[in-house]
Design a protein around this ligand. Sequence first.
Ligand SMILES: Nc1ncnc2c1ncn2[C@@H]1O[C@H](COP(=O)(O)OP(=O)(O)OP(=O)(O)O)[C@@H](O)[C@H]1O
Ligand SMILES: Cc1ncsc1CCO
Length: 272
Amino acid sequence: MIKKLENLKEQNRLTKPLIHCITNPISIHDCANIVLASGARPIMAEHPLEVAEITSTAQVLALNLGNITDARMEAMPIALKTAVQKEIPVLLDLVGTACSTLRKNFAKELLEIHVPSVLKGNMSELLAMIEEESHAVGIDAGEKDSITDENRNRLTKLFQKKADEWNTVFLITGKEDMIVSKYECFFVQNGSPAMANITGTGCMLGMVCASYLASASNAFNAALTSTVEFGIAGELAAKKTMAPGSFQVQLLDSFYQLTEAKRDSLAKIIVY
Ligand SMILES: Nc1ncnc2c1ncn2[C@@H]1O[C@H](COP(=O)(O)OP(=O)(O)OP(=O)(O)O)[C@@H](O)[C@H]1O
Ligand SMILES: Cc1ncsc1CCO
């Protein structure tokens, strides 16, 4: 089990892969910094006339639908097509697809071009994408969509079927996180409530996962390793402070400093 946790931060620190991120301005600065802390190099570029060139020099493409604009809606399909041509892995963060029909329809258009290696979002966003009932409150997941011991089995079956159909890995976040491929479903119980008190932690986790796609053996290992490490970083940061301003700083530092040994001793994973 623990074999699926790879030392991806160290591998990235040796190769410094370039991660092309097309993302929202709310958390863009935190996203660039967490890519750096993941051992990779970020480039945040979204002009429709330059993204093909930028994506073609990158090792991974990360798309995030938060605060979507006309410019990013024009740029994302161009970048995605380039990623397909260059055979580079893609992560799509489905921010807001449970509260905005525009975003959900746009996400479906992107999936028509190519289904990314990792589809990420909170539970409400992912339920909406697979046409199941969801209860989002704006960009946040609804309480009714939380993972419980009663719905664990149903959710596992639901997402495994879609992962098979779409040939993708789902990274589904919340109090408890869920990583699903057609073969496997792991639940990750690391993390802290303090992570929900600052904006953009979901976006940041997406960027860690994108960075790890550059070095991982497969998309499932990238999703699992990033989720466990980011969750543990949240726990360690929360031990230092629960106040949101300083928590944000501690989160970045704790993630940057987390060693493989400490991660393995603190990982809380349920293999389903
Ligand atoms: N109450 C909680 N307890 C433990 N971990 C949490 C909690 N809330 C969030 N997290 C962790 O924070 C990270 C981000 O998840 P979350 O579901 O809050 O993302 P999000 O809603 O997409 O965030 P944002 O839109 O602000 O970027 C995940 O790793 C998740 O496990
Ligand atoms: C608050 C917010 N609104 C759109 S994107 C975003 C950042 C977290 O997803």
